[in-house]
Design a protein around this ligand. Structure first.
Ligand SMILES: [Zn+2]
Length: 275
C-alpha cells in the first residue's frame, strides 16, 4: 500500500474571530490550482459551518473531482462533546455537505485527531450515520490528542467502520505524524521522504494540510491557551509547504481519494473495548 500517498486537506476556518481577515478561500484556490496542474485528486475533509457559509467553494472543489468528506460541524474536538451532541452535530454537517455535493458523504476525520481511548463511543455513531471510513486516530502519544496503542496500519472497527490512522514515524525519541500540518512544515524534506519510503506495505500514507499551512501572508495572533512564543512557533514555517509537496510529488505517486480506494484487503478487526 505504501508506494503512494493520498493527498488530504482539512478545510477549516481557524480564525479566533471575524475581525481577522478570511484567507482560507483564496489559499484553497491556490491549492486547487497546484493539485490540478499535477492531476492530483484529493480528499477534502470539510467543516460543516464553513460549508454552510461558503457552499460555492465546496461545489468548486467537488466539481474539480475531489472527494468532499466530513470534518465535524464546527471543529469541536470529540473530547469536548457528549454522544448526543456529537450525533446531532455530525448528522447536521453530513446533511449540509450532501446537500451541496448531491452525493453521499462516506469519510470522516475527527477534529485534531480527537478519536481517542476516551471518545470511542463515537465509532458506533459514525457507523450509524452511514459513514464508511474514518481517519481520526493518531496512534502515538501527543500533547493534544493521541491514541498510543491503537494500530498504525488501517483496520476495521468491530462494527465495520474502516479506520485509516495517521502515518507516524520516529524522529529522535518521538513518534510523530510527519506527513502533515506542523510536522510537515518543520521537518526537513529528507526526513519526511525517508520516513515515507520506509513506511512498510501495511500502511496507507496520507498527507494532511490545512489552508493556513500554505499561507505565509496570514498575520500571526496569539492562540487561546498558548503563550506568545508558542503561538509564533505554531504559525511559522509556511512558505515552503508548496515546495515540499512538489518534492513529494516528484518522489511518490499520489493516490486517488480515499472513497475511490479499495479497502477490501483491510481485514484486521479491532474491538474498541480491547484498546
Ligand atoms: Zn481540523
Amino acid at each position: 500500500m505504501a508506494t503512494s500517498i493520498t493527498f488530504t486537506l482539512d478545510l477549516e476556518d481557524h480564525r479566533p474571530d471575524e475581525s481577522v481577515p478570511e484567507r482560507y478561500s483564496v489559499v484553497t484556490e491556490k491549492i486547487l490550482e497546484f493539485l490540478n496542474e499535477r492531476a492530483i485528486k484529493a480528499t477534502v475533509f470539510t467543516v460543516g459551518t464553513l460549508a454552510e457559509k461558503n457552499p460555492q467553494l465546496i461545489r468548486r472543489i467537488h466539481d474539480a473531482g475531489h472527494e468532499i468528506a466530513h470534518h465535524s460541524y464546527d471543529h469541536t474536538p470529540l473530547t469536548k462533546q457528549d454522544s448526543g451532541q456529537f450525533r446531532d452535530h455530525t448528522k447536521r454537517a453530513k446533511d449540509i455537505l450532501e446537500d451541496i455535493t448531491g452525493e453521499k458523504i462516506v469519510g470522516y476525520r475527527a477534529p485534531i485527531f480527537s478519536l481517542t481511548r476516551d471518545t470511542l463511543w463515537a465509532v458506533d455513531i459514525l457507523k450509524e450515520l452511514g459513514l464508511e471510513y474514518s481517519s481520526s486516530v493518531l496512534p502515538a502519544p501527543n500533547p493534544l490528542h493521541g491514541f498510543p496503542g491503537a494500530p498504525s496500519s488501517p483496520f476495521r472497527w468491530s462494527n465495520g467502520l474502516i479506520e485509516i490512522p495517521a502515518p507516524i514515524g520516529k524522529v529522535g525519541p518521538f513518534l510523530m505524524p510527519y506527513l502533515g500540518g506542523f510536522y510537515f512544515r518543520y521537518l526537513p524534506f529528507g526526513v519526511i521522504e525517508n520516513k515515507a519510503k520506509k513506511a512498510g506495505d501495511s500502511v496507507i500514507l496520507w498527507t494532511y494540510c490545512h489552508p493556513y499551512d500554505f499561507d505565509p501572508e496570514e498575520k500571526n495572533w496569539r492562540i487561546k491557551g498558548a503563550s506568545a512564543p508558542v503561538s509564533l512557533l505554531l504559525w511559522m514555517n509556511r512558505k515552503n509547504t508548496f515546495n515540499k509537496l512538489e518534492r513529494l510529488a516528484e518522489s511518490f505517486e499520489f493516490s486517488v481519494p480515499f472513497k475511490d480506494q479499495n479497502f477490501d484487503s483491510i481485514t484486521n478487526v479491532v474491538d474498541p473495548s480491547t484498546l
